[in-house]
Design a protein around this ligand. Structure first.
Ligand code: GLN
Length: 240
């Protein structure tokens, strides 16, 4: 079994818990709701849920979890959804020092509430790559979602693999003008990226835990958590 922690300070952590309990995989995921550094220590991986990123960061600091989480992600997989994606980023647009604290797990720059504030949410059927049954779209629920602005250059981190992009044509007409419009046809535009992976880490700007589709949860366990655990066991075996 693998132990998956879900940061349970604020936001949609209970929904993630339900999803992990539902998935059928060869390795069962034991869930720990993480509220203290001791909780985190028991985990093989961590999920940072959607919610309010500044609140989550503030509560994590008060709980003494910010630095332990920064150390954690150097060794173990972390998946950030929505607000969690903001925390997992290396940089947040327009944030001065002392603003939004981040964990710098994935080398990208992100904008909070990047799809605009007047229309707070939308849903779109996304094409996905690398997940089980990739020919079937994934229903993306975007709630005041962040937008990926840039992939940052890195010499030390693994390459970023794109799992899903959104195009202007998928956006409801009320928000097609920001930040993507019909003229934005560059298929490599980073702002179109809504799900990606870098090494063992996973990022989705939408909320798979608010659907009934477990494919992202399965993917995280089978493709991120289990391989990273096996690798660590191997390294520790070599050291022992
Ligand atoms: N807009 C929120 C933030 O900045 C994220 C919203 C969400 O997680 N659904 O934290």
């Amino acid at each position: 079994d693998v132990t998956v922690g879900i940061l349970a300070l604020q936001g949609a952590f209970a929904e993630h818990q339900v999803m992990f309990q539902k998935i059928s995989s060869k390795r069962k995921a034991v869930i720990v709701l993480v509220r203290t550094p001791e909780d985190l220590e028991r985990c093989d991986a961590l999920v940072i849920p959607g919610g309010e990123s500044t609140t989550i960061a503030l509560l994590a600091r008060l709980a003494g979890l910010l630095d332990p989480m920064r150390q954690f992600l150097k060794k173990k997989p972390v998946w950030g959804t929505c607000a969690g994606a903001i925390l997992l980023a290396e940089a947040v647009e327009g944030q001065k020092k002392g603003g939004q604290e981040v964990l710098s797990g994935i080398t990208l720059k992100i904008a909070r509430n990047g799809w605009g504030s007047q229309v707070e949410s939308f849903e779109a059927d996304l094409e996905i790559e690398g997940l089980r049954e990739s020919n079937r779209p994934f229903h993306g629920v975007f709630i005041r979602a962040p937008v990926v602005l840039d992939l940052l250059p890195t010499l030390t981190s693994p390459p970023i693999q794109i799992i899903s992009r959104i195009s202007a044509s998928l956006l409801p007409s009320s928000i097609v003008n920001r930040p993507l419009d019909e003229d934005d046809t560059d298929p490599t535009d980073p702002r179109t990226i809504v799900a990606l992976r870098q090494g063992k880490h996973l990022l989705t700007t939408f909320h798979p835990e608010l659907t009934k589709d477990c494919r992202f949860h399965e993917y995280f366990v089978t493709e991120c958590v289990v391989p990273s655990l096996l690798e660590r066991e191997k390294e520790e075996g070599v050291l022992a």
